[in-house]
Design a protein around this ligand. Structure first.
Ligand SMILES: NC(=O)c1ccc[n+]([C@@H]2O[C@H](COP(=O)([O-])OP(=O)(O)OC[C@H]3O[C@@H](n4cnc5c(N)ncnc54)[C@H](O)[C@@H]3O)[C@@H](O)[C@H]2O)c1
Length: 261
């Protein structure tokens, strides 16, 4: 058997764990014996996921320093060694750099998307990794844990109207290698997943949501459908467990390549 980071009996913190991709990660890790700490703004859904997975919920704004510190402290206080940090919290936004009516992109909206998606991801990674550094090494390599961040294929080839979102995700992609280098001294690996079109509540529940999703997923190569949140979580688990995966940006998209629109 290959050496693999053992998840059973450890703790993980998952931002965005109340919904979609993060909730699927919480479920998978819990099934592997992990105490999953759901760090999310959404109290009702976060508590429900925590109850279902036998973990705990901490109301968290990833962009806020004190809020993330409290969530990581709660993960440490579970008593299980914190080995895993997964960032799934994120928000979407659609607006062009200059709108059809000639109006420049709203700057506050741009800042908000960067704040939640990029700074929020960095905030959890830095505070989570500092806590992981206080644990005993888990193996002979000196490994202590793993970070998985969630970017998007939009960070590589953003579509029209995705300038804020793509910039935020491109920032997550860009920090993967330097973060992996920084955190190597404490035995922490860092990988980033770039999902394509995965069926989650991020696309909303409006009557036209299904139509919108079908249009987005049309260029998927194979299998000809949206991805599922559990397929994403399966990859995240593999990235955590496989000790040699580090500093990598992985497309997870059924082969889709976005066209301009
Ligand atoms: N679903 C997709 O097709 C897709 C594709 C590419 C990338 N992504 C990315 O994956 C991540 C998860 O998306 P999802 O589809 O599961 O969306 P989702 O809307 O189902 O879940 C996102 C979660 O993040 C939480 N959140 C938002 N702002 C927060 C904040 N400031 N602090 C803490 N929690 C916050 C929300 O409450 C929600 O529970 C996002 O970063 C998204 O950009 C999703």
């Amino acid at each position: 058997m290959l050496p693999a980071m053992k998840l059973n009996g450890t703790a993980a913190i998952i931002s965005g764990g109340a919904s979609g991709l993060g909730a699927a990660v919480a479920r998978r890790l819990a099934a592997a014996g992990v105490t999953a700490v759901v760090a999310d703004l959404n109290e009702e859904q976060g508590k429900a996921v925590a109850a279902e997975t036998g973990g705990l919920f901490v109301k968290t704004d990833v962009a806020d320093e004190n809020s993330v510190t409290a969530a990581v402290e709660a993960a440490v206080a579970t008593g299980a060694p914190l080995r895993t940090v997964v960032s799934c919290a994120g928000i979407g936004w659609a607006a062009r750099t200059v709108g059809r009516d000639g109006t420049p992109h709203d700057l506050a909206a741009y800042r908000k998307v960067i704040d939640v998606n990029l700074i929020g991801t960095f905030n959890l990674m830095r505070i989570g990794a500092a806590a992981i550094a206080n644990t005993e090494p888990a193996d002979a390599d000196g490994q202590r844990g793993a970070v998985v961040n969630t970017a998007s294929v939009a960070g590589l080839e953003g579509q029209t109207g995705q300038v804020a979102y793509s910039a935020s995700k491109g920032g997550i992609i860009g920090m993967t290698v330097p973060a992996a280098r920084d955190l190597s001294v404490i035995g922490v690996r860092v990988n980033t997943v770039c999902p394509g079109i995965i069926d989650t509540p991020i696309y909303g529940f409006a009557p036209d949501a299904e139509q919108f999703k079908a249009k987005l997923a049309a260029p998927v190569v194979f299998p000809k459908r949206m991805g599922t949140a559990d397929e994403f979580a399966h990859l995240v688990q593999a990235l955590i467990e496989n000790d040699y995966m580090n500093a990598e940006v992985i497309r997870f998209d059924g082969g889709i390549r976005f066209q301009p629109k």
